[in-house]
Design a protein around this ligand. Structure first.
Ligand SMILES: Nc1ncnc2c1ncn2[C@@H]1O[C@H](COP(=O)(O)OP(=O)(O)OP(=O)(O)O)[C@@H](O)[C@H]1O
Ligand SMILES: [Mg+2]
Length: 266
């Protein structure tokens, strides 16, 4: 359901992405319990922000959507299809086609030009002609305000431009779902705000369903329809940004005020 503001109201039972009882452990004996039974629904057209301190499992959770991590327990459905049962490349293919993933830290391939970077998912996953790919690369770079940089090496771009180029690459296949892992991290505040506005504009223009992993509250305020705060393997808050600001949950307060987790904390 879409309100006049363009914001999306969740409809129970209509989740596009559904995490159910997700557990993930690392370490030889599974002693590092990173996710302990996460239940989370993301609805069509909404932007869900995932907040949490460094190491709280944001990347582990969201990278499961592209098969870079597999839960030890639990299920994930996308449009009702259980992706944790995917086995073959063909199984993953249709999901990869509809999911854009912006890696933490951009991760452009240094050995390729910017144009080749953006073309890469198209070359890998489609049989589009070279001319078609060239046209689409130009279109995607245009969407992120980087027209004409195809021949440049990634190292010739500023940090903010590299992030835009990586964003163009995650848009390459016209995804229905975009996962952004810390899209503004490591950028100066002004460049970070430019990337935030760009994500906001893309949300409006493309009508995609997005998951945004971040620590950045300015980005959160701008793009979040709803947000969750991960802490010690579970989410401890779920709601709108307004509700987050007024929450009295101790971990929300610590997060907002950036208070260190003291030994004497109740
Ligand atoms: N491949 C791996 N092998 C072992 N441990 C891992 C692996 N991937 C993640 N972890 C552990 O899982 C925990 C959560 O990692 P994750 O990268 O999801 O954190 P994050 O919330 O994304 O943090 P950040 O904000 O720093 O990116 C960390 O304790 C990390 O050490
Ligand atoms: Mg991370």
């Amino acid at each position: 359901m879409e309100e006049a503001s363009g914001r999306v109201t969740p409809e129970p039972g209509r989740a596009l992405i559904s995490f159910r009882g997700i557990h993930k452990y690392f370490g030889e004996n599974g002693e590092n319990q990173v996710l302990i039974g996460i239940d989370l629904d993301v609805y069509p057209g909404e932007t869900m922000v995932i907040l949490g301190r460094s190491g709280s499992g944001k990347t582990v959770l969201t990278s499961m959507l592209v098969g870079l991590n597999i839960p030890d327990k639990g299920g994930i459905t996308v449009e009702g299809v259980e992706i944790t049962e995917f086995v073959t490349d063909t199984d993953w293919r249709s999901l990869r086609l509809k999911t854009g993933y912006l890696f933490q830290g951009s991760a452009l391939y240094d050995s390729m030009t910017v144009g080749e970077n953006v073309a890469f998912p198209m070359v890998q996953h489609t049989d589009w002609s070279e001319a078609e790919i060239r046209r689409r690369v130009a279109e995607k770079l245009g969407q992120v305000g980087l027209s004409g940089v195809e021949p440049l090496e990634p190292s010739a771009l500023s940090g903010g431009m590299q992030r835009r180029a990586a964003l163009a690459r995650s848009l390459a296949l016209d995804p229905q779902i975009i996962v952004y892992d810390e899209p503004t991290a490591g950028l100066d505040p002004i460049t970070g705000d430019e990337i935030s506005s760009l994500i906001h504009r893309l949300q409006d223009a493309l009508k995609v369903t997005s998951i945004v992993v971040t620590h950045d509250l300015r980005l959160t305020q701008l793009v979040a329809d709803r947000l969750v705060l991960l802490h010690e393997g579970q989410w401890v808050f779920q709601g709108t940004y307004e509700e987050f600001l007024h929450s009295s949950h101790p971990e929300v307060l610590r997060f907002l005020h950036r208070e260190p987790q003291g030994e004497t904390t109740p």
